[in-house]
Structures are given as structure tokens and as C-alpha cells.
Design a binder for this molecule. Structure first.
Ligand code: ZN
Ligand code: ZN
Length: 495
């Protein structure tokens, strides 16, 4: 571990007023982001992964592939596929001899022309802008990772890449294209353009880049500054030890960086409510828990429920053909596919557009309710359900993407036309709000509220504290789980 030579200098007035405190960085220790348990991570062999003893969340994995060359190869291919997809046509529709060809940009542009600017910007942002920024960031990360010393901007890009990556929805867009294509084939002749195959390839190479990138190896390249800022701008000295060399520190003195996973021990119990300081490795602000997680998640969830009603009651698009036709709601879209005999596709649309938003609203509501009450049951099930909800949420965008494609391609005036309706904006709002609700929820507080994560109780609802006092007069530490090494298993084979 090399220490920085360019650390910020200790300010004299601070040094004079406050005794300089220490943060002790502890190597080999990791906090589970799912349940908040601190555990030793053994040294992993290539192809191995370690998961949490308590909730089963994956904590670390070592890749079999070359750490930089493999993701670089996939990243270069991604860039090539991206530019080629942008330059080629998506599909051509032929209605009684009249043709219309569209590309990736046409959908968002048409939505904006029709006055659905928010939806147009959203579709453009997640299908065109976000993938480009993700690929650019990945090049920067790989360049930074190839240097002997990770440059100062490297950590920031890594942190931003993690935040941005879920907004790049190429894989969901592919399904949107597929549903749009199926709806079009029974009204006209459709030619699929090269962009469809290029986006399919882009989806695969972007997934392969992520799965071969070993961020932990990149973090290991990063020096840990010997001084950092604690809350209140006070400088604190940083030293380093390994968990094998010391006894397990008290859990309420420990804090883990949510961006890079570095674990530090402070000389005093750490509050859940305030920022602890700046991470000496990645310069991210460190909080013991996501700030105001319960309030934020509840607010996003209530907003999502408000939009949920118009999203399902109002038509999302109007399909006019030879003077006939009319508005379709989300559920009518799924039923229509079923009637046309496209049963698997109908089930897929039903699952993504009806089940997933409902599942997200109900399960996040359940998790929030249980946390407010300080419930102790089903903690592992709740944590797993949260992971599922977090993972499947983006797939609800299928219908929005499908509409953006239909609106772009079906423009033949009286013969055939598709226009977007207000229901689509409400539906897109539900998807985005439930995504934000899931991202602002910190599953560790479910374990905190159940008294499983040590004595730090600030930030928990008063009802939880009262209930806990009633239940057991003893301190909440009584039910702390033992901290042993995380179990190691071989990761499923990958290409
Ligand atoms: Zn866990
Ligand atoms: Zn960090």
C-alpha cells in the first residue's frame, strides 16, 4: 500500500483546536450492501466468488479473464456497434406501396414533435445518450486502470459509471423493437434494418464488458491518502491494517464507503444521520446508510402510486387505420397480442408492464411498512425480494420504447397512423419513479430496524425504538450475528 505524497496539508487552526483523530482502514473486511453485516473476505482464486453469510448477496468475485484486455476488447466492439447502429436504419414499413424508413433518433424526435417532450427526452437519454456515455466512461476507466498509479479522476469516473450504467437500457430497447415489429407485421410489410442487429450485438458486448471488468482490481491500484477530511472539514489521519492482524472492532465504529467498499474504523460510534467524511480512496462522501432513505423511498413511492392510476386508465397510444381504430391502454395492448396468438410476447408485455410496476409498488411498500414497525421476520426473503425488484424494474420500459418506435414508423396520414397519448407519459413516470424509489432504498435499514446490526439506532423510526424497548429491555446488540469469513463458491461458468 503506497501512501500519497500529494495529500492535502493539515490546516494549522484545525490542528490547534482539535486533537487529530484517526481513521483506521481495515483491509480484508467488507460490509454486505444487502444486510449490513461486516465480514472477512478471504483471498479469492480466479473464478471464485464470496457471498454474504447472512443474506447471500454476492460480495466479491475474481475473474478468470484478463483484467484489462478482455473488457477493452469488448468495449472497442461496443463503440463500433454503437456508431454503426446510429448511422443505419432501424426498420422500413411498407403500407400499400408507400414506404417509411426510421432510425434510432426518429422515435424520440417524433415524440418531441407531438408535444411529449419529456417522454422523447427520456427515450433518447436511455437508448442513445446513456450507452454512449457508458462506453466513453469505460474507455476512461480502462485507460486509468492500465496506469501504474490510478489517476485522480479515475475513481470519480468509476463511481459515476456505476450510477449511470442502469440508465443505459439497450437490452430493454431490443425487446421494445421486437414487440413493435410483431404489432406491425399484421398490418403491413416490415423490413428490419441493420440497426436492430447492431443494437443486439451492442447489448451483448456491453454486458460482456461489465462481466469481465474487475473493479476491485482497479481499486487495488488506487493509493489510500494518508490524510482525509472528516465531517466539519476537519482533517484526520488515515492508517491501514488488515483484519487478520486485529480483533474485530465494535460494529458501531465501522463504516464502509458505498462507492468503493473501503471499510474504516473510527474512534467513536458512527451516526447513521450525518456524513462521516470523504473516502480516502475514492473521494466519495461516506454515509453509514443512504441519507434519508426511508423518507425518500416513501416519497417516490407515493408519487409512483399517484401516476399509476392514470397510467393504467388512460390510453397510452392511438392506432388509426383506414379511418378506424382508437386508443389502447397498457392492458389492452397485452390482450391484443394474446388475441393475435402471440401468447409468449403477450405474457412478456403483461409481466413487464403490469406485474413489475405492481410488484415494485407492493414489495417496496411492504419493506417500508415492516421497517417502520421494526419487524424481525422474513429479513432474508425481504432482502432477496429487494434485489429482484431492483433488477427487473428497468424492463417496464418495453412499452414506452415500443410506442416510441410505432409513433416514428407508422405515419401514413389517413391510411395508418400511431400517436402517443397522455397515459404513456404517466406510465413512463411510474417506471422512473419506482426506479428512483428502489435506488434510494437502503436494504440494510431493514436489518437495522430489526436490531440485527448493532447499537446504532439513529435514523430509525421512533416506533421501532419504542417497540424494541418494550420487547427487550436489553441493548439491541444482543442479537448481533457472529462475523466469520464469507463463504466462497465457484461462480457460474461464463464465456
Ligand atoms: Zn448480507
Ligand atoms: Zn470510497
Amino acid at each position: 500500500m503506497s501512501m500519497s505524497s500529494s495529500s492535502p496539508q493539515l490546516r494549522c487552526d484545525d490542528a490547534g483546536l482539535n486533537p487529530v483523530r484517526h481513521v483506521r482502514i481495515i483491509g480484508g473486511l467488507s460490509e454486505c450492501p444487502g444486510c449490513g453485516l461486516y465480514q472477512r473476505i478471504p483471498d479469492l482464486e480466479p473464478g471464485q466468488q464470496a457471498s454474504c453469510v447472512r443474506c447471500g448477496q454476492k460480495l466479491a468475485r475474481r475473474r478468470r479473464t484478463a483484467p484489462l484486455a478482455a473488457p477493452l476488447a469488448f468495449c472497442i466492439s461496443s463503440a463500433a456497434f454503437y456508431f454503426a447502429a446510429l448511422a443505419s436504419s432501424l426498420m422500413t414499413l411498407d403500407v400499400y406501396g408507400r414506404q417509411r424508413t426510421v432510425d434510432l433518433l426518429t422515435g424520440p424526435m417524433e415524440l418531441m414533435h407531438e408535444g411529449w417532450g419529456e417522454a422523447g427526452i427520456l427515450v433518447g437519454a436511455v437508448t442513445i445518450l446513456a450507452p454512449a456515455v457508458a462506453i466513453g466512461f469505460m474507455f476512461a476507466i480502462l485507460y486509468a486502470g492500465s496506469r501504474a498509479q490510478l489517476p485522480d479522476w479515475g475513481p470519480r469516473i468509476l463511481v459515476w459509471y456505476d450510477k449511470l450504467r442502469p440508465w443505459s437500457m439497450v437490452e430493454v430497447y431490443i425487446l421494445g423493437i421486437f414487440v413493435a415489429y410483431t404489432k406491425l407485421t399484421d398490418m403491413a410489410h416490415v423490413d428490419v434494418g441493420p440497426a436492430v442487429y447492431l443494437i443486439g450485438a451492442l447489448m451483448l458486448t456491453m454486458a460482456a464488458t461489465d462481466s469481465t471488468l474487475d473493479t476491485e482490481m482497479i481499486w487495488r491500484h488506487r493509493r489510500i491518502d494518508s490524510l482525509t477530511r472528516a465531517e466539519g472539514d476537519r482533517m484526520v489521519a488515515v492508517d491501514y491494517t488488515h483484519i487478520d492482524d486485529i480483533p474485530m472492532p465494535p460494529v458501531d465504529h465501522l463504516v464502509a464507503c458505498s462507492a468503493c467498499g473501503l471499510v474504516g474504523e473510527l474512534a467513536h460510534p458512527v451516526s447513521n444521520l450525518s456524513c462521516v467524511g470523504i473516502c480516502p480512496r475514492c473521494e466519495h462522501r461516506v454515509w453509514r446508510r443512504l441519507p434519508q432513505t426511508l423518507t425518500r423511498t416513501t416519497a417516490f413511492l407515493i408519487a409512483a402510486i399517484v401516476f399509476y392510476i392514470p397510467a393504467n386508465l388512460y390510453p397510452v397510444m392511438t392506432f388509426m387505420r383506414m379511418g378506424g381504430g382508437g386508443g389502447h391502454t397498457i392492458i389492452e395492448g397485452a390482450i391484443e397480442l394474446w388475441v393475435d396468438g402471440m401468447i409468449p410476447l403477450s405474457l412478456l408485455v403483461f409481466f413487464a408492464s403490469i406485474t413489475v410496476p405492481m410488484l415494485k409498488i407492493l414489495s417496496l411498500g411492504w419493506m417500508i411498512g415492516q421497517t417502520w414497525r421494526g419487524a424481525r421476520g422474513h429479513l432474508v426473503a425481504r432482502t432477496r425480494l429487494f434485489r429482484l425488484v431492483d433488477m427487473v424494474g428497468r424492463w417496464s420500459m418495453i412499452d414506452v420504447f415500443m410506442i416510441s418506435i410505432l409513433v416514428a414508423v407508422v405515419r401514413f396520414n389517413a391510411m395508418a397512423s400511431v400517436t402517443a397519448n397522455a397515459g404513456m407519459v404517466a406510465f413512463a413516470a411510474v417506471v422512473v419513479l419506482t426506479l428512483l424509489a428502489a435506488w434510494s432504498f437502503d436494504p440494510r435499514i431493514m436489518w437495522d430496524a430489526a436490531g440485527r446490526n448493532g447499537p446504532v439506532t439513529d435514523g430509525l423510526p421512533p416506533a421501532v425504538l419504542r417497540a424494541r424497548k418494550m420487547r427487550d429491555g436489553t441493548a439491541a446488540t444482543s442479537s448481533l450475528s457472529p462475523v466469520g469469513p464469507a463463504p466462497v463458491s465457484m461462480e457460474p461458468d461464463q464465456a
